[in-house]
Ligand binder design. Structure first.
Ligand code: OGA
Ligand code: MN
Length: 300
């Protein structure tokens, strides 16, 4: 039997009683969706998975996005991307610097991202403690605690999100090995527009959908006003009281809800402390569909 143990924190729960080498039952899928709506970040510990298991599990939630360069995908399961600082023969085996600043995956697409699924294959350790935490911030709480005047001000406003914002910030970092995006790569990731306030498709709660990684412009206001709004929202949403730090263990499978959270990867480990994650980035192509709601979210 699947059991949900909420963490003593603003976000997160541990899921006991699942072995993701076996296909997920419909009942367990329903339970996981509900738990995702409630806790946003779900840890399924001690999973000994092949990449295809990670892909099969992820595909239950929606379509999986592959990388813009087409690089760093697992040979046995093309939906699975590799995040790693490990090099073989001097060549990176995965993306070495993924997610190292606050963002929400795929907010730059028209479809938006729904969840990420990460399976921890190697976790850097120092003095018996894991390094390379992933931090999350709760955008339900961020919305709820906005001053009423700000809630009114952003209601009905939308923002433009651009993949290149995050990419270029990384390129500009000292020591970065990322090349700027080519014209073709930029064409593959055109900017997208989304309301600043979303109603969450599972919990029905209002969430602040905005992130410093990709949101670059509030639409239909002047440039100065856009900058003022974004500056306020970014500072508001990243307050420590909304944050939760996830400490990895080998075998953890973590899934998190992009619609209700921001996240950032903490690069506090060195080249001699290997980190290896297998990842699927799942789109919100299904979760907003009435058919999906009928099948999986409405009470039976
Ligand atoms: C991601 C990401 C965080 C991490 O996979 O989208 O940002 O800790 N990764 O690897
Ligand atoms: Mn990310």
């Amino acid at each position: 039997m699947l059991r949900i143990e909420p963490h003593d924190a603003i976000l997160g729960a541990t899921i006991h009683g699942l072995d993701l080498r076996a296909p997920l039952s419909d009942a367990d899928f329903r339970t996981l969706l509900r738990a995702l709506g409630d806790h946003c970040v779900l840890r399924v510990p001690a999973q000994a998975l092949e990449p295809r298991h990670v892909a099969d599990f992820s595909l239950r939630f929606g379509q999986v996005q592959t990388s813009v360069s087409g690089k760093y995908h697992h040979a046995e399961a093309p939906q699975v991307g590799i995040l790693s600082n490990i090099k073989r023969g001097g060549v990176n085996i995965g993306i070495p610097d993924a997610g190292q600043d606050w963002h929400t995956d795929m907010s730059y697409t028209a479809t938006r991202g729904f969840i990420n699924v990460l399976h921890a294959v190697e976790v850097p350790m120092r003095d018996g403690r894991p390094l390379g935490d992933t931090l999350f911030a709760d955008m339900r709480a961020a919305y709820d605690t906005l001053p009423e005047a700000w809630k009114a001000r952003i209601e009905g406003l939308s923002a433009t999100h651009d993949f290149n914002v995050f990419w270029q910030n990384m390129v500009n970092r000292p020591g970065s090995t990322r090349p700027p995006l080519t014209a073709e790569e930029r064409a593959k990731r055109p900017p997208a527009t989304h309301p600043l306030v979303l109603r969450h498709p599972i919990s029905g709660r209002r969430v602040l959908y905005c992130n410093p990684g990709y949101a670059e412009r509030v639409n239909s206001v002047g440039e100065a006003e856009s900058a003022e709004i974004l500056d306020f929202l970014f500072r508001h949403q990243l307050q420590p009281r909304f944050q939760y730090a996830f400490h990895w263990a080998v075998g953890d499978l973590l899934l998190w809800d992009h619609l209700a959270t921001l996240h950032t990867a903490i690069a506090d480990y060195t080249a001699d402390e290997p980190r290896l994650m297998h990842r699927c980035q799942v789109m919100a192509d299904q979760v907003f569909q009435p058919e999906f709601r009928r099948q999986w979210l409405d009470a039976a």
